[in-house]
Design a protein around this ligand. Sequence first.
Ligand code: PLP
Length: 374
Amino acid sequence: MDTIYLDNNATTRPFDEVIEAMAAVHRNGYGNPSSVHRFGQQARHAVERARRQVAALIGARPDQIIFTSGGTESINIAVASAARSPDIFFTSQAEHRAVLAAQERLLSPRRHLMHILLPVDADGQVQTGDFCDDAGRELRGSLLSITAANNETGVIADVPALVRAAAASRTPVHVDAVQACGKMPVSVAAWGVELASISAHKFHGPKGVGALYARDREPLDALIVGGGQERGLRGGTENVAGIVGMGVAAERVRADLDEAVARMTRLRDRLEAEITVRVSGTRVVAAGVPRICNTSCIIFEGRSAETLLIQLSEAGVYASSGSACSSGSIEPSHVLLAMGIDERDARGAIRFSLSRFTTDAEIDRVIKVVASMA
Ligand code: PLP
């Protein structure tokens, strides 16, 4: 049985060119970029080329890119760097756990800190009214961290509006662009944000490599210190193969962005239209607001996502739930609950996430499979 992979927000299949470029590094280009001999310098050039490719994908300058081990590490550096006076962290209720956990960890051993979770509305849009305290005084934060495109619903945040709101209280902004990259145009310069995190394995690159964009160098604190790599901001010998793979993936998704977005949008919209017509009691979360092209979160009223996922998997369709699996029990997603979706519906949410590899024939088959489970 052929399998259909619709769990691309969890991770994506690496492009063949990525695998080949990485294999070439392992075979022939395994020098240490810090070595002065020619072999080392070749590795250095490969890393710097990748830095230019990644920078181009997000509208940054190469010297604003710091390679890390992925989205989670980039987010942790951003949050830890901001952990200084006046110690108010703003984020939204619908953030990825990486952001929430990084902030909570800094808060817990310290006192007099505030962690303000901005509410989201029924469409998953972040509300900024709470940049003021109860007395209406403006609160200046250490950081506002916001997700550009939500991993569960695909909802695209109005980053420029959030940046404007934060600017009024001189709060720097970090954008979690992990899901946005490669699936919508991203320009950190146009957004006007101080920091942004991205991850290669979400856009057909390898796992274990990502990048932090830092507009200015000054406010950053290294989490890992060592041999001064990445200009002292991320010690440790560079993951040259991973970085090269990320660069190749970045170049590819940038080259076909418009066409790929149009294709994925068409396939995603067809999937949603057919499922909601053929299966009663289904609805698309945040259907009326801008979402990234590949993501569809569908509620199957009165059904258990867990059971549906097993049925889908048995039919060769790999999707995921809008819920977080913790210690064996599926908890309803905090993102969906924050949007006011009731717990019962949230337990029946399935996320289908497409990629550049998804075909029309696959969508046809998924529609049939889902309709047969109705
Ligand atoms: N932020 C978002 C929105 C994500 O979807 C993910 C991964 O699921 C991450 C951060 C973490 O990225 P990584 O897996 O590279 O650590």
